[in-house]
Design a protein around this ligand. Structure first.
Ligand code: IPE
Ligand code: IPE
Ligand code: MG
Ligand code: MG
Length: 332
């Protein structure tokens, strides 16, 4: 409980910084309205929290990482808007996705504006950090966003090309890009803002990569087994989208030829009925694939946590470790 209160205080700090930027922009409503809508819906804000904590964990004042943290959350939200269009998703943070409320054209534009706003925020790092630090953060984040797009391209292409031969290794390579890179970058940029040593920056980056990968696996678990009220996205959406998740890879590796054919049929088409989604789920569950993926996520988190051994003990390190556990226990 104490831990939770402390984590909340980091979230509040980030929230305030983000709204400082969003509230200072009013017109046109067609751009800022959808963005305020998305941020008002909430969101866990775990990425910026990690950035602040990483800064502190290497001995920096968290204020040094505040702009970077806010910019990272903006980048994350920008990718979500585009991702929902690409995935043809229905719900985001418990409400219809931006493209469903405002249409594709304004949603795409709002996301582009948010991406650009993130870079404006990063420019403000010049006011609070040395030039080289600001430049390093720019370079790292730009590279990361490119990697996210690489991962997204791979993820999207697997369904598009009807690929059912994806190995566990292919999948992990895709996740390192799609989700791991940004969370790893949260740690790295935070540590850089906090003037951490090269060894500390590297260790935190690897910690972030591990927990980021685990975060996505757990998300894919929730997609099939969570509650829509907490998760805020449609349950079973990944089946309809034909996503090659670790769960699906495990299930395809174990099921009999008849089950395999049926599972592939359902994954390969959109507009599945609830009944068809349930059928795919029952094949997946029969082979214990959800539990197996969930166990794998926990194992990855445990390994990742060990990377923080090189950091001196501190409250922020404890909070980072607590967040790592939360990544694979969360229900939202
Ligand atoms: C959703 O990210 C996208 C994934 C990488 C699974 P979050 O689960 O962090 O989404 P919000 O920001 O809390 O809504
Ligand atoms: C989220 O990916 C977007 C990025 C990681 C860039 P997913 O498509 O897997 O996640 P959700 O379920 O829509 O949040
Ligand atoms: Mg998606
Ligand atoms: Mg996606």
């Amino acid at each position: 409980v104490d831990l939770q209160n402390e984590l909340d205080s980091y979230k509040t700090l980030v929230e305030r910084e983000i709204w400082r930027y969003l509230d200072s922009r009013k017109e046109p409503e067609e751009l800022y309205g959808p963005l305020r809508d998305l941020f008002k819906r909430g969101g866990k804000r775990v990425r910026p929290m990690i950035t602040l904590l990483s800064c502190e964990a290497v001995g920096g004042r968290k204020e040094r990482a505040l702009k970077t943290a806010a910019a990272i959350e903006m980048v994350h939200n920008f990718t979500l808007i585009h991702d929902d269009i690409a995935d043809m998703s229905e719900l985001r943070r418990g409400k219809p996705c931006l493209h469903r409320v405002y249409g594709d054209a304004l949603a795409i534009n709002a996301a582009d504006g948010l991406f650009s706003l993130a870079y404006e925020v990063l420019c403000d790092n010049y006011d609070i950090l040395p030039q080289e630090t600001t430049r390093d953060i720019f370079r790292i984040l730009s590279g990361i966003i490119t990697r996210v797009c690489e991962g997204q391209a791979t993820d999207i292409s697997w369904s598009k090309k009807h690929r059912f031969d994806i190995s566990e290794q292919d999948y992990f390579e895709m996740l390192r890009l799609k989700t791991g890179a940004l969370i790893s970058g949260c740690c790295e940029t935070g540590a850089i803002a906090g003037r951490g040593s090269d060894e500390q920056i590297k260790a935190l980056g690897e910690f972030g990569m591990s927990i980021g990968i685990a975060f996505q696996i757990h998300d894919d678990v929730l997609n099939l087994s969570g509650s829509v009220e907490k998760y805020g996205k449609e349950i079973g959406g990944d089946i309809n989208e034909g996503k090659r998740t670790l769960i699906v890879i495990y299930a395809l590796g174990e099921c009999n030829p008849a089950e395999r054919k049926r599972l592939i049929d359902i994954l390969d088409k959109t507009g599945n009925s609830q009944e068809e989604i349930r059928e795919a789920l029952s094949i997946i569950k029969k082979h214990g694939s959800i539990q197996r993926a969930s166990d794998k996520a926990s194992e990855i988190v445990e390994k990742g946590k060990k990377r923080l051994d090189v950091l001196p003990d501190s409250r922020s390190k404890e909070l980072l470790l607590a967040l790592a556990d939360y990544f694979v226990k969360r229900e939202l």
